[in-house]
Design a binder for this molecule. Sequence first.
Ligand code: LYS
Length: 269
Amino acid sequence: MKGKFSRITFLVLSICLVIFTSACGKESAGTSSEQKEKTLLVGTDAVTPPFVFMDKGKIVGFDVDLISAILDEAGYKSKVENVGWDPLFTQVESGEVDIGITSITITDDRKQTYDFADPYFESKLMILAKEGTDIKNAMDLKGKKVGVQNATTGQFALEKIVGKNNPSIFKYETLGVAFMALKNGDIEAVITDNTVANEYVKNNPNDKFVAISDDVNFDPEYYGILLKKGSKLSGEINQALKTVIDNGTYTKIYEKWFGISPDIEVIKS
Ligand code: LYS
């Protein structure tokens, strides 16, 4: 009886050993199979439709579809988490999240601390105000209470016009709160990205907001995928971004969210 038990134990152990060794062999055989297993954590700020926002408890939008397509192309699984605007920067810097995407403008200042993948979207700031406003351009914002999402290019542009630390600048943690303040009459305008401004006006006709452009004071901006300084992912992401642009996936995602075809050349140049 004892001998039979030992033989069975030996057999079971041998089978386990064979399975274990072959599994190890497979993993070390190629980086691509290892990579497929790896899940990258994507951090975002889900408050800016149509780029990233919450819909029935899910994080959706152009940026979400684009990053999923890019990481899929690069051979990674991905998990998107809504971490918020300010924490996103600290979490990319500390490596808590691998990637940040949420209509983030590539700026020289941010490039000091972070890396960006290649541009994927052209944008420009716009002013949102109530119908009947006397604001015609950014210069008219002087002396008015103006809201921005904290630490965004809208804030930086406004600071150039009215000066840093000017009490007329109202900084909000999320854009939704800034829009609410405009609606309530606490502030007279909001500066935000054109696509976001136009989307808000379209979706909220009862608020009676108008979106005002200013090609003199607002320069073109380009969105980029935010990475930790020195991240090894940038090469793979740029390659995958190029592929999804060239194979038409980018166009499909763009048409889904914006209802028009993209001008690919603006992000290629
Ligand atoms: N594109 C602007 C910036 O990078 C606004 C981003 C807002 C993201 N929730 O500053």
